[in-house]
Design a protein around this ligand. Structure first.
Ligand code: TPP
Ligand code: MG
Length: 193
């Protein structure tokens, strides 16, 4: 699986560098192992809410790579959305969180058994949107899991530097640390940000 994930991103990189993708791309790398483990607890009937860097999340949620690649080539790397596969992403920092909360509320009201899993970066974890949504989800016992992906960076600013000290991760939140293998945006060639 690790090889499959890496191979996919290298294919996207190649297409991007050939000028076949005329929109921003965000590549994943360095977090294969923890993500594969996390997805063992995510069912196909669950909703996955992702962000601007969502290729790995989409593949691991079982969306066919061909369909993902087709969207990326169309320019949708930052906004992959597949309702059929219960997969949503938003490229607005913290934008996916209220959407995830609403879906979880709907699941609870309709007495369904599935869950929502929302992936957030370490800077997104520091936002007010996250904190109020987390409080609401806990107090109303909503079927939602938050997963923090910590690369200690917000684009290229170290999150710890921005806040002097990072917030403590709550015990019921899934969390993993990783060192990114690609820049925030793009492939490392051409423009970098
Ligand atoms: C509302 C909003 N502000 C700023 C941005 C620009 N932006 C995109 S990703 C990002 C950094 C977020 O850092 P983190 O949550 O740690 O995610 P990472 O990319 O490191 O996984 C920023 C500031 C944005 N997309 N949306
Ligand atoms: Mg980060």
């Amino acid at each position: 699986m690790i090889k499959r994930l890496k191979k996919f991103e290298l294919l996207v990189k190649e297409k991007y560098e050939k000028g076949l993708i005329r929109a921003p791309i965000h590549l994943s790398g360095g977090n294969e192992k923890p993500l594969i483990k996390i997805f063992k607890d995510i069912k196909r009937s669950d909703w996955v809410i992702s962000n601007w860097r969502s290729h790995y999340h989409a593949i691991l949620h079982g969306i066919p790579e061909k369909e993902i690649l087709k969207e990326i080539i169309k320019g949708k790397s930052m906004s992959l959305n597949f309702k059929k596969y219960k997969f949503i992403s938003s490229s607005i920092v913290a934008g996916g969180i209220p959407i995830a909360l609403g879906i979880a509320l709907g699941i609870k009201r309709n007495k369904k058994k599935n869950k929502v899993h929302v992936f957030i970066g370490d800077m997104t974890f520091e936002t007010g949107v996250f904190h109020e949504s987390y409080k609401y989800a806990k107090n109303f016992k909503l079927p939602i899991n938050f997963i923090v992906e910590d690369n200690n960076l917000s684009t290229n600013t170290p999150t710890k530097y921005a806040w002097r000290k990072k917030s403590k991760i709550f015990k019921d939140i899934k969390y993993y640390k990783y060192k990114r293998e690609f820049p925030h945006h793009g492939t490392g060639n051409w423009i970098l940000f």
